[in-house]
Design a binder for this molecule. Structure first.
Ligand SMILES: [Zn+2]
Length: 280
């Protein structure tokens, strides 16, 4: 098994089958390379999960909203040259979905989808035990499917993406629209936990848009399970029940039979675990 590494915007996480470790992500390409080479050490095979669009055949990171300095970089080539290991790059949300499929909320699922709500909205799918990557390995960019023509601006530069409504910054916008006040998603969730109306309303709005996105996935893939993860869901789990109600109202009934909406189980190491188990 290769070493599994997950390079996120804030932390690098690794999993080697037993050991789980987490270090801060250096903010610069040279510094990141150095840090990854230290982690790789004498390992011969490494799978690196990265946030962003990864063109695996060429080993190039096409776009990475959370790690902008990775854009256009040949991360695989540079890592292989400096470490001597065989390196493979995968999308972090796909790796997270695969980790959950192997060891967490997706066990024994036939068609499993996993969404991560944070500063962005990532998606991954595992179909009959295989991660769905697409021809250029950029499938399941669920966060950037359009749900509103000419809608709110998204971090990707387009308008009306699901992420613009269902992410931490989407939550901040819903809250601002309802209350006229600017607060961080963290503060909004705190307020909601105390039962404050504006915060609860903002989370309700977010759950409606998220449910539209999930219903689109039900109608497209007909999955048997969809897991939600990320800080918003972890700190305000009621959102899963709200989504269930909304999805029931919107979906074709046959897509709901045998379907379960669940919370993820592996927490922040799902990407590193998925990278470790990722099939060659
Ligand atoms: Zn977008």
């Amino acid at each position: 098994m290769p070493l599994g590494i997950d390079v996120g915007g804030t932390f690098i996480k690794l999993f080697d089958g037993k050991r789980r470790e987490k270090i801060r992500t250096p903010q610069g390409y040279t510094e990141l390379l150095e840090s990854l080479i230290n982690i790789i050490g004498e390992e011969e095979r490494v799978t690196v999960a990265v946030a962003g669009l990864v063109i695996e055949k060429e080993g190039i990171i096409e776009e990475s909203p959370n790690l902008p300095f990775l854009r256009g970089k040949e991360l695989r080539r540079d890592l292989e040259r400096k470490s001597g290991a065989r390196v493979r790059l995968v999308n972090d949300a796909t790796a997270a979905a695969y980790g959950e499929f192997v060891e967490g909320s997706g066990r024994n699922s036939e068609l499993f989808i996993c969404l991560t709500l944070g500063t962005r909205l990532g998606g991954g799918a595992v179909i009959n035990g295989k991660p769905l990557e697409g021809v250029k390995r950029v499938a399941m960019e669920v966060g950037h499917t359009t749900i509103c023509l000419n809608g709110w601006p998204c971090h990707c530069g387009r308008r009306g993406c699901l992420e613009a409504y269902a992410s931490s910054y989407g939550l901040e916008r819903h809250y601002f629209l309802l209350t006229g006040k600017q607060k961080s998603s963290f503060e909004i969730i705190e307020e909601a936990r105390k039962g404050k109306e504006g915060a609860l309303g903002a989370l309700k709005e977010l759950s409606k848009y998220l449910s539209v996105g999930i219903t689109n996935l039900l109608h497209t893939f007909n999955p048997d399970r969809l897991a939600l993860s990320g800080g918003i869901v972890a700190n305000f789990p009621e959102i899963v029940d709200w989504c269930k109600e909304e999805i029931e109202r919107r979906s074709f009934k046959p897509t709901l039979s045998g379907f379960k909406l669940v919370n993820t189980e592996l927490g922040e190491f799902s990407g590193a675990i998925g990278a470790f188990f990722f099939p060659y």
